[in-house]
Structures are given as structure tokens and as C-alpha cells.
Design a protein around this ligand. Structure first.
Ligand SMILES: *Cc1c(COP(=O)(O)O)cnc(C)c1O
Length: 385
């Protein structure tokens, strides 16, 4: 089966992890700060807080921004459930903003409309979480402008987007947001096995996230309520978690970072080949905004079902039978039973729903060579023509 995405691990990656295994520290050693530095230097952000997943990073990002009961968090329905669940973890209410049918990212127009309505009802969001779907940036300048006008904070869910750019600058530099979050799950652009990282330019937010990542415990005398009892002393000053990344993971991350640009560049080579080779099929190829240089986590196509005599279901299963590990990103979050129980209904976010009915992510990853890519194209032609 050719998967839709997978990691690429080389000898240097393996040796980096082995090095840590032979060292004194498997966790809380030097590799996590080194990984944080590699990412913040790359992204041109001031601070980085590595975690054991992007889900954890989203959670502590929301807490650092003081999201709580009575607050609202808005995100895109076309995302992985974690972008919304982080709001629920904090006791806040979650709502969604429909997507732009061209980019499949949160629509800035829909956001503005929803803000105007929410303002009238006194239900403005405290946090908006735009998701850089497939690695392409949302319209961050507009979203940022709306944040100024309506007074909400922004967490970019950049899980798909490390190595991408927006208006010529690295995604994750937080120029248009308070915090940006990356994921290093193996299907993403670079991997640490499991892992995430939050970038910010705000020293206070970074400090809070660091505390929350490790039980809310500090060894910094400046943060304590009184003079330390001695060298052993620490204080718990918040209720935190164990969301720490290990040094094995961080070492893998540092090593993977050295190939990030190569990974993204090659994803563009694959994308350009797909664009050309799939041009006569009844599909809509992924639109690329000129504002964004996508990290290309995914190559999501839309089936033009009106031109095909097969259903979405049939096409998906025929492709799987042909050895293509195609997938669908995403089942709109508001249609999940858990969210339906909270009162969301089918029809609430029609662009995300219509996209889901026709979406298909085809294989895109560093190890996909010409021969494999030709196989993907041949199977698609066979099934779709
Ligand atoms: C993968 C992903 C997450 C969750 O990342 P984990 O590291 O697996 O917790 C969150 N949001 C989006 C958009 C993702 O794709």
C-alpha cells in the first residue's frame, strides 16, 4: 500500500537518537532546548516550547491565553478534532467558521460576518484558531486585523505548515498571532514520533506554557512565593501537566530540521508533477494562493462527481483496492457525534461539508519517487476515467 503520507528517516536521524540513548539524559536534558532553538531560529520567533504532541501544545496555548468557562473558541470545521478539543479541555465553548471553498482554510469573510453577529449578541470569541490546511497559510493579515477590531487572540494551528511561508516570511514567526503550534506526528512535514511545539514572541506566554508543560512546577526563585528552602526546592504555582517531549524525540527533531527545506522543496516537485499529470482528470487540483508558499503536507483533490459515474465511496474503495492509501481530510468536526451532542447540525457549515463529500488526499511524502508517483497517477486514471 502506498500511504498518503509517511516519515523519512535517514542514518543521521538514527544516530542522533542512539547518541541520546547512550547519554545521561533521556528526558529533561540538553536536546529539547536545542530543538526549540532550531525551530525558533528557523521560524524567526523569539520563544519555542516543545511538547509531547501538538494537541498538548494547543491545550497549554489556550490556558496561557486564559481561556476558561464562559469563553468562546472558534476554529475551522475542516481540521483534525484537536484544533477544537483544546477549547473544550479549558471548559470553553467551541464554535466554527466555515471554509473558503478555494483554499479549504477558514474564510476571513465568513469570520468577519460571524464576528459582526457575535458582537450583537455579546458572544465574541476569546480565541480564534485558524488552521493552515494542507500547509497553506490562512489569510493571516485579515484575521489579525479582525483580532484588533474585535479583541480576540490568535493561535495558529500550523500542524501542517512547518517550512511554509506567508507573504515571504516563515509560518510560525507569530507576526499575525499570539502563538503558533506545529505537530511532528510521522505523517507531518518533519517528525519526532509524537511531538509538538508552540512558538510565540511573548515572553510571558512562553513562561506560562513552560510551566504548564511540566506540572506547573518552577525552580526559578523569581517566580516563587517565598525564598527557596534550599537547593532541592521547587514550587507548584499552577495546575500543569506532564506534556514534556523526551530527548530522544528532540534529537530526532533536530536532525530532521536539517532536511526541512529539502522535504518541502521535494513536496513541491511532486505537486508540480501531479498538477501536470492529473490535468485531464475530472478533479479539482489544490489551489495555491500567491500569498503563501505551502509546506504541502497534503495534496487534497476534489472529485467532480457530476462528471463521474461513481460515488465518493466507490472511488475511495477502488483506489484502496489498487494499493493507494488515499485518505480524506477532514470529516467536518461539527459532524462528529460528540459535537452533534453539543447542538451542532449537518448543514451548519456547508462549504466544509460539500468539500468533505468530494475530498481525497492522494500520496505525498518525501519517499515517493517517480516510479511510485507514476503508479499513483496510473491508478487514479484507471479508476477515474
Ligand atoms: C496532526 C494535527 C493535530 C494534532 O497533532 P498531534 O501532534 O498528533 O497532537 C492538530 N491539528 C491538526 C490540523 C493536525 O493535522
Amino acid at each position: 500500500m502506498i500511504p498518503y503520507g509517511r516519515q523519512d528517516i535517514n542514518q543521521a536521524d538514527i544516530e542522533a537518537v542512539i547518541e541520546v540513548l547512550k547519554s545521561d539524559f533521556l528526558t529533561q536534558g540538553p536536546m529539547v532546548p536545542m530543538f526549540e532553538k532550531a525551530i525558533t531560529e528557523y521560524c524567526q520567533a523569539r520563544f519555542g516550547v516543545a511538547t509531547n504532541s501538538a494537541t498538548s501544545a494547543l491545550h497549554i496555548a489556550c490556558l496561557a491565553l486564559e481561556l476558561g468557562p464562559g469563553d468562546y473558541l472558534w476554529t475551522s470545521p475542516n481540521t483534525f478534532v484537536a484544533s477544537a478539543n483544546c477549547g473544550l479541555y479549558c471548559g470553553a465553548e467551541v464554535n466554527f467558521v466555515d471554509i473558503d471553498p478555494r483554499t479549504y482554510c477558514m474564510s476571513a469573510d465568513a469570520l468577519e460576518q460571524k464576528l459582526i453577529e457575535a458582537d450583537k449578541q455579546n458572544k465574541l470569541p476569546k480565541i480564534v484558531v485558524p488552521v493552515h490546511f494542507a500547509g497553506q497559510s490562512c489569510e493571516m493579515n485579515r484575521i489579525h486585523e479582525l483580532a484588533g477590531k474585535y479583541g480576540f487572540r490568535i493561535i495558529e494551528d500550523a500542524s501542517h505548515a512547518i517550512g511554509g511561508q506567508y507573504l515571504g516570511e516563515p509560518i510560525g514567526n507569530c507576526k499575525y498571532s499570539d502563538i503558533a503550534v506545529f505537530s511532528f506526528h510521522p505523517v507531518k512535514i518533519i517528525t519526532t514520533g509524537e511531538g509538538g511545539l508552540a512558538t510565540t514572541n511573548n515572553a510571558e506566554l512562553a513562561k506560562k506554557m513552560e510551566l504548564l508543560r511540566s506540572h506547573g512546577i518552577t525552580r526559578d526563585p523569581d517566580l516563587m512565593t517565598r525564598k527557596p528552602d534550599g537547593g532541592w526546592y521547587y514550587q507548584q504555582i499552577e495546575l500543569g501537566f506532564n506534556y514534556r517531549m523526551t530527548d530522544m524525540q528532540a534529537a530526532l527533531g533536530v536532525s530532521q530540521m536539517q532536511r526541512l527545506d529539502e522535504f518541502v522543496q521535494y513536496r513541491h516537485v511532486l505537486k508540480n508533477r501531479y498538477d501536470e499529470l492529473l490535468s485531464d482528470l475530472p478533479i479539482i487540483r489544490p489551489y495555491q494562493s500567491t500569498d503563501s508558499h505551502s509546506a504541502l503536507h497534503l495534496y487534497p483533490i476534489q472529485l467532480e462527481l457530476e462528471k463521474l459515474n461513481k460515488s465518493h465511496y466507490e472511488i475511495f474503495h477502488e483506489l484502496r483496492e489498487n494499493g493507494l492509501g488515499v485518505n480524506i481530510h477532514y470529516i467536518p468536526v461539527h459532524t462528529q457525534p460528540y459535537y452533534q451532542r453539543m447542538g451542532f447540525n449537518l448543514g451548519d457549515f456547508p462549504n466544509a461539508e460539500r468539500y468533505y463529500e468530494r475530498a481525497l488526499s492522494i500520496p505525498l511524502y518525501f519517499g515517493l519517487n517517480d516510479i511510485l508517483q507514476n503508479e499513483v497517477v496510473a491508478s487514479l486514471k484507471k479508476v477515474l476515467q
